[in-house]
Design a protein around this ligand. Structure first.
Ligand code: GRF
Length: 203
């Protein structure tokens, strides 16, 4: 019998963690196939959080087999020493891909040069980069918003797009209803974008 290869993912988060939970429920310990028709099992081998008070840490108590390493960025003198500590854990757990899910730290070239990473952003990039993308989209004159998943590069919210989908902003939308639609779209897209980034398809 041929052995099934294992792909180790790390999920990085800072707060609520709903995308992280959705990724775990959709992908953890599931088997997919690569372009050569070989089976590949995805394991969420590590979660990393920079905020000890993040609600996502509580969500993880439902997944006892997934380690959560909390590295408070405030404890480090600068971004580089924080990123070096994160990379230490990423190497220790033999991570193939880092999946950023609401991870609110700017990463240094050191991080980017030492691992592969993808990120989800709640706008139709390149429009509305930055931390308030949903509100900025809603308050703009744009007729539509959306969700983008992209490779992490040296420039914030700017790497190559892996997957992107638009939704229209209806005149009946409030910020809250628009935000709910964006999050629903995130949950639909992100697991599929992870598979696309890894060149995997469902069995
Ligand atoms: C999401 O909207 C994501 O696109 C953005 O931060 C938010 C994180 O939400 N980068 P959650 O922590 O996954 O609930």
């Amino acid at each position: 019998m041929t052995e099934i290869n294992q792909i180790n993912l790390a999920i990085l988060f800072s707060g609520n963690g709903s995308n992280m939970q959705n990724l775990i429920e959709s992908l953890h310990n599931e088997t997919f196939i690569d372009s050569a028709k070989n089976k590949q099992k995805i394991t969420i081998a590590l979660t990393l959080c920079n905020n000890k008070d993040a609600y996502g840490i509580k969500r993880l108590s439902a997944f006892a087999d997934i380690p959560c390493v909390i590295i408070e960025h405030k404890a480090f003198a600068d971004r580089l020493s924080f990123d070096k500590e994160m990379i230490k854990h990423i190497k220790k757990y033999k991570i193939d891909l880092c999946v950023l899910a609401g991870f609110m730290r700017i990463l240094t070239p050191y991080f980017i040069n030492n691992t592969k990473a993808i990120n989800i952003h709640p706008s139709l990039l390149p429009a509305h980069k930055g931390a308030n993308a949903i509100k900025d989209t809603f308050n703009s004159n744009d007729k539509q918003g959306g969700v983008s998943i992209h490779w992490v590069s040296n420039e914030l919210d700017s790497g190559e797009i892996i997957m992107q989908q638009a939704i229209s902003i209806e005149s009946s939308d409030t910020l809250q209803s628009f935000e709910s639609k964006i999050h629903a779209l995130e949950y639909e897209l992100y697991p599929n974008a992870v598979l696309k980034a890894l060149n995997l398809t469902t069995l």
